[in-house]
Design a protein around this ligand. Sequence first.
Ligand code: AMP
Ligand code: GLY
Length: 426
Amino acid sequence: MKKVLVIGSGGREHALAWKLIQSPQVEQVYVAPGNAGTQLEANVDNIDIASDDLQALLEFAQQYAIDLTLVGPEAPLVAGIVDAFKQADMLIFGPQQYNAQLEGSKAFAKHFMQSFKIPTAEFREFTEPQAALTYLRSRSLPIVIKADGLAAGKGVVIAHSADEAERAVLTMLSGDAHGDAGKKIVIEEFIQGQEVSFICVVDHNTVIPLASSQDHKARDDADKGPNTGGMGAYSPSPLVDQAMHEKIMTQVILPTVQGFIVSGHPYQGFLYAGIMITPEGVPKVLEFNCRLGDPETQPIMLRLQSDLAELCWDVARNQLTSRHLRWSEQSALGVVLASGGYPYNYGKGDTINGLDQACPAHAKVFHAGTVQAGEEVKTSGGRVLCVTALGDDVKQAQQRAYQEVRKISWNKMFYRNDIGYRAISD
Ligand code: AMP
Ligand code: GLY
């Protein structure tokens, strides 16, 4: 396995490319389309192909004799990129289109969980506004309304008033909020608790959990403000002790993997369960993703000591053995630096200062929305960088990450000041 292609352009993909090129087996990593950070890594090259241009990606992989392709984001998975590569006999890591419905359709995921008795919030599915509004009136608040299809992380409304709930239902079902993705909705019970990201690597015979992690979805300190794709993350999560780990494996992960086997579509790839742990200690699934999390991947990759390329190579050929992955005993924490205005409208094209300052070995600045413009690196997205560090505990990792954050600036840059606070007791 000499040449690996990574599809995507975020912080997750930078972390994957950075880790893959450390493998003695890998000579060259290509990232389509990548960002300024991936291009700056030695033996990593960006390829100017969009992550949803399946045909062009396949042609590139064939022409360059790529040995293994890894897919970062959900959209190409939901669009069937794995099926297309497999049909062409190209080795690819990730779930097929059938399995990716677990993320691509909230209604599919809810029915799947119901069929296989996986704990989740009570729900109903609707396409007609009148029926949805009648149901809403019979439920208590807060209530959760979800667009069925992919909505770039913006398809979930937690409504605290009847007005807000009705508005969400009507704007989604009319197509105004998320186009076709919202023309079917799921209305579900609100679950209290703390959220963890439980990600496994799965092939047709074996499941191996990765290190646990937690992200902060809200934009502002103290987990306030609108939801984002994630403003920071850390690993491990103190909520996932041995007992909780076993509960999640036996009640959520194994029934999911088994459910796909009995459906005739065994799962392969990363399987991410977003889980709410209730105050009574019951894990309930909020969502499934068919990929790694962003920004969870950045701290997770900093802690991974095993060879990622070998792991993915084995999974893509269904030869994963239940060997344990090796993890650093240290904790890792990543702080996302974002463009002013995110998650709504934000500016682009601002010059980022401070990236040329030396970064200590315990830290790494992963790029997301960045482009190289001559000698300068400029912003090109909402989430721009994820500054990640290792430490003896979450507290030290947090101190070290923020030390590096303070070296970086651009016009209207913002970040949260409290990433990891739930895992730090004093
Ligand atoms: P989802 O895309 O389904 O994970 O939803 C995005 C975010 O909304 C989750 O990460 C949670 O923070 C929140 N959320 C989703 N469903 C629920 C629920 N049933 N109860 C409470 N919070 C939820
Ligand atoms: N950080 C949440 C996600 O990747 O979906």
